[in-house]
Ligand binder design. Structure first.
Ligand code: ARG
Ligand code: ZN
Length: 471
C-alpha cells in the first residue's frame, strides 16, 4: 500500500507513457538495496497457504497476492529465492515466468492497466534457505529450522527466502496465513488466530493480520508452545507463546508488558495494532526481532529474568517506531533502532528515576567517545554501511540523537515532537528529513546543523549540558 506519486512523476518526465505497457522495475528504489522490492504494482493482501514437513523442513503450497497495477504492465517482478515453482497464475490463468537470482518475473499475457486490481498465485515447494548465502545475519535468513521447531526472522531482506513478495517496507500489506503442520505442533504468526482445522494427522492454523505489515516483520513460528493470554490497555489482546519448558519463567520475565504498553501509549500515542505478545523460540538467540504484533525472542531472554527488561521494552517500542511508522529507505535504520533504544531508556527513567536515565546515557556515550571503539563499531548513524546496517552506532548514537535533542529543546517540546511524528506517520513511511521537519516545526528552532553533526560527523558531538565530550 503506497502512494502512486512516483509513477506520476515518471510519466511527467516522459519516462513512462501511460498508453504503453512496460515491465515493472526490478527494485522499488531503495538507495542501499536497489534490487529490494519491485516497481509497477502495489500489494494489498497476501494469503500464505503453506504446509510444513517436519522431517525434511520442506515447505509447499501456494502464496497469493492481491495487488493493483500502478502503471500499465507487460510484466512485473516478485522477490523470491530458491524453491521449485510448479505454477504461476495471473487472475486464475496460467502465466509465464522466469527467474534470475532473487527476481521472479511474471509475464502478463494481456497488459495490466493502470489501477487494475489483479491476483497472482505462486505454487511452490522446497527447503527454505537453499541458496541463501551463509554470511547472512542470523536475523536475516527468513524461515529458520532449529531442533525444536521453526522461527522466521527476515530483517532486512529475508522474506524473499521463504515466500514470493514485494520485499520492501514501502509496500506494506495485510496477511492471511494458513499453515499446516504435523500434530501436535502449534503455529504462532502475526495478527490473530481465527481458526484451527484438524486434518488426519496434521492441523491447519489460520492467522489473520488486519493491519498492514512490512515483509521483514512477517513471522511464522512452529513449536510445542504453551499460550499465556492477558489483556493490555483498553482490552488489547496479549498472547504470549512460550515453549513448554520455559513457560513459568517466561510468564514472569514478560509480566510487565501491559504496563509497558500503557507507558509507551502515553508517551508516543495509542498502541498501533490489534494485538501484542511475544513468541519465544526454544533455543537461545543472539538477537530479538520486533515481528509485528508478536515480537520474537530466544529462550535466553525468557530465562534471563529482569536483565531482559531492556530488550523487551526495545522490541515493544518498535511496534510504534519501525512497524507502524515504517522506513522509506533502509539507510534510515536509526529511525527504528535509535528510537527503540531510547524508548527502553525512557522505560528505565519511568521505573528507576531520572538518575538511572542519566547514568544509562552516560554509559552509552562512552564507546561513542572512544575513537578505537567508535571507528569500527559505533559509526555515525545517518548513513551506516549497507553491509553493516546494524552496527552499534544506529542503536547507541541513534538513541543519543534523541537524548541530545531532548536536552536542546526541553522535555515539553521533545515529547510533543515524538507524539506528532508518530501521529503523522503511523501506518505509513517516514524518512530522516520527515523527523527533522517535525522537530523544527514543534520546537520552532532551526536544527539542521544539530542533526547534521549528530547523524553524520565522524566524531560524536559534545554534550555540554552533561559535561561529555569525545577524547
Ligand atoms: N531490529 C532488531 C532489533 O531489535 C535487529 C536485530 C539485530 N541484532 C543485532 N544484534 N544487531 O534490534
Ligand atoms: Zn531494534
Amino acid at each position: 500500500m503506497r502512494k502512486i506519486t512516483f509513477v506520476l512523476m515518471m510519466m511527467m518526465m516522459g519516462l513512462v507513457h501511460a498508453e504503453e505497457a512496460v515491465p515493472g522495475a526490478a527494485g522499488i528504489g531503495d538507495s542501499y538495496f536497489p534490487s529490494l522490492g519491485n516497481g509497477g504494482y502495489d500489494v494489498q493482501h497476501y494469503t500464505l497457504d503453506l504446509a510444513w514437513d517436519e522431517a525434511t523442513n520442506m515447505l509447499s503450497g501456494t502464496v497469493t497476492l492481491n495487488a493493483t497495477a500502478i502503471h500499465d504492465l507487460s510484466a512485473f517482478n516478485l522477490d523470491f529465492l530458491g524453491f521449485d515453482i510448479s505454477a504461476v497464475h495471473l487472475d486464475d490463468a496460467p502465466a509465464g515466468f522466469s527467474r534470475d537470482g532473487r527476481e521472479l518475473t511474471i509475464q502478463a499475457a494481456q497488459p495490466l492497466k493502470t489501477g487494475q486490481d489483479f491476483s497472482v498465485a505462486v505454487s511452490y515447494s522446497g527447503v527454505p534457505g537453499d541458496g541463501v548465502p551463509h554470511y547472512y545475519d542470523v536475523f536475516a535468513r527468513g524461515w529458520t529450522r532449529h531442533e525444536q521447531g521453526v522461527y522466521v526472522a527476515s530483517e532486512p531482506n529475508g522474506a524473499a527466502f521463504w515466500y514470493p513478495v514485494n520485499d520492501h517496507p514501502l509496500d506494506k500489506a495485510t496477511y492471511r496465513f494458513e499453515i499446516t503442520v504435523p500434530q501436535p505442533y502449534i503455529v504462532a504468526a502475526n495478527g490473530l488466530l481465527t481458526e484451527t482445522r484438524e486434518n488426519d494427522d496434521t492441523i491447519t492454523y489460520v492467522w489473520e493480520s488486519r493491519d498492514p505489515i512490512a515483509s521483514y516483520l512477517v513471522t511464522v513460528n512452529i513449536g510445542d508452545f504453551v499460550v499465556e493470554k492477558a489483556k493490555g490497555p483498553d482490552g488489547l489482546p496479549i498472547r504470549n507463546y512460550f515453549p513448554a519448558r520455559v513457560f513459568q519463567q517466561g510468564v514472569l520475565t514478560f509480566s510487565r508488558t501491559p504496563e509497558m504498553i500503557a507507558f509507551f501509549s502515553e508517551m508516543f500515542g495509542p498502541y498501533p495494532f490489534e494485538a501484542y505478545g511475544v513468541v519465544v523460540a526454544d533455543r537461545s538467540l543472539p538477537f530479538a526481532l520486533e515481528t509485528q504484533t508478536l515480537s520474537l525472542f530466544g529462550s535466553n531472554t525468557a530465562l534471563g529474568g529482569a536483565s531482559s527488561e531492556n530488550v523487551i521494552a526495545h522490541e515493544l517500542a518498535h511496534q510504534w517506531f519501525g512497524n507502524s511508522v515504517s522506513l522509506a529507505e533502509w539507510k534510515d535504520i536509526w529511525l527504528n533502532e535509535g528510537f527503540a533504544t531510547y524508548a527502553a531508556a525512557l522505560w528505565l527513567e519511568h521505573t528507576d528515576g531520572p538518575e538511572a536515565l542519566d547514568r544509562y546515557m552516560r554509559d552509552l556515550y562512552q564507546p561513542l567517545a572512544t575513537p578505537a571503539l567508535a571507528l569500527g563499531h559505533f559509526l555515525p548513524p545517518g548513513d551506516p554501511p549497507p553491509d553493516n546496517l546494524f552496527n552499534g552506532g544506529v542503536y547507541v548514537r541513534g538513541a543519543w540523537v534523541l537524548h541530545a535533542l531532548r536536552l536542546r529543546v526541553g522535555d515539553e517540546a521533545f515529547f510533543d515532537i515524538l507524539r506528532t511524528y508518530y501521529e503523522r506517520f503511523q501506518h505509513a513511511n517516514a524518512a530522516t528529513a520527515d523527523f527533522i521537519a517535525v522537530a523544527e516545526e514543534i520546537s520552532g528552532q532551526s536544527l539542521a546543523a544539530f542533526f547534521e553533526s549528530w547523524l553524520y560527523d565522524e566524531s560524536v558531538p559534545e554534550v555540554p549540558e552533561m559535561g561529555l565530550k569525545p577524547r
